[in-house]
Design a protein around this ligand. Structure first.
Ligand SMILES: Cc1cc2nc3c(=O)[nH]c(=O)nc-3n(C[C@H](O)[C@H](O)[C@H](O)COP(=O)(O)O)c2cc1C
Length: 190
C-alpha cells in the first residue's frame, strides 16, 4: 500500500473485539512512534501502557471523572464507562515541558502529535483499530490521570490512545470518510 492510500484509509476505530493486543504489536507501535520528527532530537515523548489488570486503574478514574462530571446522567456514565471497559489497550502519551522555554515546549507537543499519527498508521498496518482521545474518558485534562501515571509537572498529556482489534460489524457500519477539498483551505501565495 502506498503512503497516500494509507492516509486516505486511516480511520478512528472505536469498537473492538474482546481480545488482547499482543506485546509484540505494542512494541511495534512504540517503535513506529520513536522515528517521528522532533526538534533538536529532544525525543519529548513518554508512553504509559494500560491493559489487563493495569487498565482497571484507568477504568476507576474514568468512573470517578464521569460521576463528578455527569452526576445526574446515569445512562451516559454507563455508556462512557463501557467504552473504557471494552477497549483492550490504552496508551497515554505525554510531551516534555521545558521550564522557561514555552516555544520549545510547544514544538515538543507538535513532535508528539507526529509520533501519535505514526502509531495510528502503524496500527492500521498491524490490523489494529485505533482512536486518539482527549475529551471525556480520554481524560487528558484530568488531574487524576496525571496522578495515575505519577507524572511530574514537566509533562503534558497529549492523548490517550484507545486500541484493539476492530469489531468488523462496527467497521462495516462506519460512516463514509469525508473531508473538505484542500482547495478551500489553500492559498497559493504570490
Ligand atoms: C487531537 C485529537 C483528539 C481527538 N479526541 C477524540 C475524542 O476525545 N473522542 C473521540 O471519539 N475521538 C477523538 N478524536 C478522533 C476524531 O474524532 C476523528 O479523527 C475524526 O472524527 C475524523 O475521523 P477519522 O479519523 O476516521 O478520519 C480525536 C482526534 C484528534 C486528532
Amino acid at each position: 500500500m502506498t503512503i497516500f492510500s494509507m492516509l486516505e484509509k486511516r480511520r478512528a476505530v472505536r469498537n473492538y473485539e474482546d481480545r488482547p493486543v499482543e506485546k509484540e504489536k505494542i512494541i511495534q507501535l512504540l517503535e513506529a512512534a520513536t522515528w517521528a520528527p522532533n526538534d533538536r532530537l529532544r525525543e519529548p515523548w513518554s508512553f504509559y501502557i494500560f491493559q489487563g489488570e493495569g487498565k482497571k486503574k484507568y477504568q476507576q478514574i474514568a468512573e470517578d471523572f464521569l460521576f463528578e462530571r455527569f452526576p445526574d446522567k446515569e445512562k451516559l456514565r454507563e455508556s462512557s464507562l463501557k467504552v473504557v471497559k471494552n477497549t483492550p489497550l490504552i496508551i497515554v502519551v505525554t510531551s516534555d515541558i521545558i521550564e522557561d522555554d514555552p516555544a520549545a515546549s510547544e514544538d515538543n507537543e507538535y513532535a508528539v502529535c507526529c509520533a501519535i499519527h505514526s502509531m495510528w498508521l502503524a496500527a492500521e498496518e498491524l490490523g489494529l483499530g485505533f482512536v486518539w482521545r482527549t475529551r471525556g474518558v480520554g481524560l487528558v485534562r484530568d488531574e487524576r490521570l496525571f496522578s495515575l501515571i505519577d507524572s511530574p509537572e514537566n509533562k503534558k498529556i497529549i492523548g490517550s490512545l484507545f486500541i484493539g482489534y476492530p469489531d468488523e460489524k462496527a467497521l462495516e457500519n462506519m460512516k463514509e470518510k469525508k473531508r473538505t477539498d484542500y482547495l478551500e483551505k489553500t492559498t497559493w501565495c504570490q
